[in-house]
Unconditional design. Structure first.
Length: 738
């Protein structure tokens, strides 16, 4: 039995006669997800040898991309595929320059820091002469670019949070905008051993902490938590938060001493709250926009007006039109309550979003694979990539700069599934025909691999040696090879090495190290960290032989912004003022209509506040039993369920279990209806993650990204705004679900 790791947890791998036969979860990992490992490894969807699309094999890049996704994929020898791919990269570099190679390759790849596919592909393309990269992520892309203006950096969303033990011991009230959905706690980027959140939240509840969840979906309240639930229209949270700020001002609760000492720009914001634009941001105003009873907002105000209050927002809130605003507004509200930097008070982001946020962790001991400098210095904001692909030369305003889309001739993707993660997939399908060549590495025939010209089969984590973990956990995990590669699959590192040989850049790519040399090299940095921090770190061989290594916890519990609060002069924020910027002259100076100089209510482009009578707001949240599109091929029967309030269903003549069709002007997909009385009227929820299977009547598997738009949060962050989508739903007639 060997311990291994994936993004959905640690597990014991059971191997008999060289075959993986079972996977048993460790540390509270979800047994259903972990138990799928044998099915996943030996799934019919494994790519067992390299393939080339027939049209590309016969006519080369000149034939265009029209057959992508429809042509037969022809199995070829490794050398054939490697020669073709290396020649294509060299040709595009020579004829069009490095910026014509799109290698941002967004995606979660798999756990394991060395074989992380996205890191490998970018390292290879940098060594080979350069590529167009992407900036930002899908998870918290709006926060990533607004928070540095407000707090000096993005650590409050990327890595830092007050830990749950402190919240449990010190908070009186937790208000969770976007909720605390336990399904999200099954997953940690990089993979964690401890899944402590259900226990941590229970401990807080046992300690008498009162919880309020603000979310359209009752399921976002963890079971056993007696939380008050406010169910606003999706996209209206900013109005509620602003109105709470207004209430703090007019009742005199706003902590002027805190605002004066720790923030700048409160005055213009307060003037706005008071109505300098003609609208006073009262609770009545917010109740109207959010379409919730005023009494609920009054009760919410009463709960936060006294005591120690932790305000938190899930990442989902900022994956929407003007997603910068709820985060900036929440920081402003926390500043008004004056408890930022105190144990159990202030704000934190993402407690409800992923396992490990607010966990005891220790940074610096999980080794990271090094990247290489990329000669092409102008990345595209990640969520703009489909638009950039379709429109070379398109200009994107981005965080005070302008980014110009290059003319992309070659796409190289390893470790991501854009036909899962991107928006408006029908439009992407068209844009995807434009480049001359598409190269994809994946262990499985994902919709993206199906739409490639050259496909390289990758190993899974169980077929190679690696080191895994995350700073949101207290373990570093050796991941020894458990089984031989399936079919002719190769490690991405080996594939890139063979390509680098052909291109004459092997030494730049691998620094002369093989797999185990790299693991030793990476571990040496953890050892060096141990020396500076006085932590005993084992020699590599001992570490690798002994299974998960428990990292000693930090002596002091984490409290977000505690140092700043204790001494703002000694620990200034990296903002222009050194303080929290409730108004930002930098942002105001950008002159953006969709992101002004202080938090503001900006009406979403698509939302229930401006919808036709039969429109529904579709929330596309993260799947309970998958990691994005991973595990889909071994999951429940297609299509995906869509949850709908039974009264909305009855109004359309629909019943639980019916086959339905979701549609809008961008596309259509099928789904199975689940009547769910926990949903706000007018809102439907369908998880992302189905493999894209388009046909004339609509997408068959229930992939909601045929309905979402190529519209970003704002010209500040240009981040994914997928959670702002209106749809209609009708009964499926031409196709009966089994
Ligand atoms: N509508 C809507 N869309 C969304 C979201 C939403 O909330 N709503 N969420 C967005 C968010 S936050 C995210 S993070 C993205 C996620 O989008 P992705 O990260 O693209 O999704 P994954 O399915 O995790 O894709 C990872 C791919 O890597 C492959 N892989 C795994 N291991 C290896 C390996 O060793 N080598 C190679 N070459 N490949 C490997 C997997 O098989 C899989 O195809 O989706 C975004 N899209
Ligand atoms: N099981 C599982 N867990 C995951 C993942 C996975 O694929 N599977 N993916 C991981 C990744 S990459 C990420 S980025 C995180 C994402 O973490 P989040 O973005 O927080 O997760 P979501 O599931 O998209 O959304 C959480 C909830 O927010 C609510 N919500 C949506 N819109 C609104 C709104 O406008 N207002 C309010 N108040 N609530 C709203 C929805 O009801 C939804 O259930 O999840 C991580 N966790
Ligand atoms: Mo994400």
């Amino acid at each position: 039995m060997v311990v291994s790791l994936c993004h959905w947890g640690a597990f014991e791998a059971v191997v008999e006669n060289g075959r993986l036969v079972a996977a048993h979860p460790l540390g509270g990992a979800n047994p259903q997800m972990i138990g799928k490992w044998p099915d996943l490894v030996y799934s019919d969807s494994r790519i067992t040898q390299p393939h080339v699309r027939r049209g590309f094999l016969e006519k080369g890049h000149g034939a265009g991309g029209a057959g992508r996704g429809t042509d037969e994929m022809v199995p070829v020898a490794w050398d054939t595929a490697l020669d073709l791919a290396a020649a294509e990269l060299a040709r595009v570099h020579r004829e069009h320059g490095a910026q014509a190679v799109f290698g941002g390759s967004y995606g979660w790849s798999s756990a394991g820091r060395f074989h992380h596919a996205r890191t490998q592909v970018r390292r290879f393309l940098a060594a080979a002469g350069g590529f167009t990269d992407v900036s930002g992520n899908y998870s918290w892309g709006a926060a990533q670019f607004i928070l540095p203006h407000v707090l000096g950096d993005d650590s409050a969303v990327s890595s830092a949070a007050t830990d749950w033990a402190t919240v449990a011991d010190h908070a009186d009230t937790v208000v969770a905008f976007g909720g605390l959905n336990p399904k999200n706690w099954r997953v940690t980027s990089g993979g964690a051993v401890a899944h402590h959140l259900p226990e941590a939240v229970r401990r807080a509840a046992d300690n008498g902490v009162s919880f309020t969840v603000v979310s359209p979906l009752a399921q976002d309240v963890p079971p056993g938590l007696n939380a008050a639930l406010v169910q606003p229209r999706p996209g209206s949270d900013t109005a509620i938060i602003l109105a709470l700020c207004h209430k703090a001002v007019i009742t005199g609760r706003a902590d002027r001493a805190f605002l004066n000492r720790f923030t700048v720009g409160a005055e213009p914001f307060i003037a706005y709250l008071r109505g300098d634009d003609g609208t006073e941001k009262t609770l009545e105003w917010a109740a109207g926009l959010a379409d919730v009873p005023l009494t609920q907002l009054e009760a919410l105000w009463n709960r936060i007006a006294t005591g120690r209050v932790m305000l938190t927002a899930s990442w989902s809130l900022q994956r929407a039109d003007h997603g910068e605003q709820p985060y900036w507004a929440l920081v402003a509200l926390a500043a008004m309550l004056g408890q930022i930097g105190l144990p159990g008070g202030g704000f934190c982001f993402g407690y409800g979003s992923m396992n490990g946020v607010g966990a005891a962790g220790r940074r610096g001991f999980v080794p990271a694979m090094e990247g290489l400098p990329n000669p092409v210095g102008t990345p595209i904001p990640v969520a703009c990539f489909p638009e950039a692909l379709a429109n070379p030369g398109r200009r994107f305003a981005f965080n005070g700069t302008t980014v110009i889309a290059p003319d992309i001739r070659l796409i190289w993707w390893a470790g991501g599934n854009p036909f899962h993660h991107a928006q408006d997939l029908n439009a992407l399908e068209k844009a995807w025909q434009r480049p001359e060549t598409v190269i994809v590495h994946d262990p499985w025939w994902t919709p993206t691999a199906q739409r490639a010209d050259i496909v390289f089969p990758s190993t899974t984590t169980l077929e190679r040696n690696d080191i895994g973990g995350t700073s949101r956990d207290l373990f570093v995990i050796p991941m020894p090879r458990v089984i031989a590669p399936v079919g002719q699959a190769r490690d991405d590192f080996a594939t890139f090495g063979a390509l680098a040989d052909r291109l004459g850049c092997r030494a730049a790519f691998d620094d002369g190290r093989d797999e185990m040399d790299w693991l030793r090299h990476m571990w040496a940095r953890s050892q060096a960290r141990g020396i500076t921090e006085g932590v005993q770190v084992a020699e590599f061989d001992e570490f690798f032989a002994n299974g998960p290594w428990p990292v000693p916890p930090e002596a002091r519990p984490e409290v977000l912004l505690q140092d700043f609060r204790d001494d703002p002069l000694a620990h200034p924020l990296a903002t222009p003022s050194g303080r929290i910027e409730i108004s930002s002259q930098t942002i105001a100076g950008f002159g953006l209509a969709d992101c002004p100089g202080h938090p503001a209510w900006l009406e979403p482009v698509e939302w229930l506040g401006a919808a036709a009578a039969d429109d529904l707001h579709l929330v596309t949240n993260q799947p309970a039993r998958q990691l994005h599109s991973q595990l889909w091929q071994v999951g429940d029967q297609a299509p995906q369920p869509v949850h709908m309030n039974p009264e909305d269903a009855a109004a359309r003549g629909l019943r639980d279990g019916d086959g339905v069709r979701l549609f809008n002007h961008r596309g259509a997909c099928f789904a199975r209806l689940v009547a769910d009385a926990g949903l706000r009227r007018g809102v439907v929820v369908m998880a992302t993650g189905a493999w894209f299977a388009p046909d004339k009547a609509g997408e068959r598997n229930g992939n909601p990204n045929v309905l979402t738009a190529w519209r970003q949060t704002s010209s500040l962050a240009q981040a994914c705004a997928a959670l702002s989508t209106l749809v209609k739903i009708e009964k499926e007639t031409e196709w009966t679900l089994d």
